[in-house]
Design a protein around this ligand. Structure first.
Ligand code: FE2
Length: 196
């Protein structure tokens, strides 16, 4: 199967998933299998969606469902780059494609109180992690490598750029609102029209 068809098959599978799954849990279970298949090879991500930025990590939108039931994003980490501590408010699956990243989960301990850091997870290619309001929604993610680019593929149960979320300062427990902001060089829904 060529690289383009590999991604289109994922998108068809996810579209059927959000249309047919009887529950969110069933949809996420199916989505995890689709993500595992997607990241099982590393020959399909066009270079334009794999470019790091010298100052901050990049988020390239690869596909957004027209009814915004899911979106697919490539996260490109320059050496040593990291996110703030943040939440998602919708389910998300993170699949490691290239390099490695560190996901540090946090939990709230009460208003105005420091957050509690939970066990950090190191992700290697093929690994999948989940975030969700029901199972743990707050983390900080960083490139595990100080000297090379890493890339993970993120799948969310919404158009993540349209979701208002919270970034936290874990020490005083302070918060600020934010949205992702895509860096994509092309318009959304690139894949159905992709080159052959
Ligand atoms: Fe995240």
């Amino acid at each position: 199967m060529d690289a383009n068809e590999h991604v289109r098959r994922f998108i068809r599978g996810m579209t059927q998933c959000v249309e047919q799954a009887p529950s969110e849990a069933a949809c996420v279970e199916r989505a995890r299998a689709l993500m595992a298949d997607l990241i099982s090879r590393d020959d399909w991500l066009p270079d334009e969606f794999a470019q790091p930025h010298p100052q901050h990590y990049q988020q390239y939108l690869l596909y957004c469902d027209p009814l915004e039931r899911f979106s697919l994003v490539s996260f490109v980490w320059g050496p040593g780059q990291a996110t703030p501590v943040h939440n998602h408010t919708v389910w998300g699956l993170i699949g490691m494609l290239r390099g490695a990243e560190l996901s540090q989960p946090y939990e709230l301990t009460g208003e105005g109180r420091p957050m509690r850091a939970l066990e950090c997870v190191r992700m290697e290619p093929g690994d999948i992690e989940m975030v969700s309001p029901s199972s743990g929604d707050i983390h900080r993610v960083a490139n595990a490598h100080p000297d090379r680019v890493s890339i993970s593929i993120h799948l969310y149960g919404a158009n993540i750029d349209a979701v208002r979320r919270i970034a936290f300062d874990p020490e005083p427990g302070a918060e600020r609102s934010f949205t992702s902001g895509y860096a994509s060089p092309r318009s959304p829904n690139f894949w159905p029209h992709a080159r052959g």
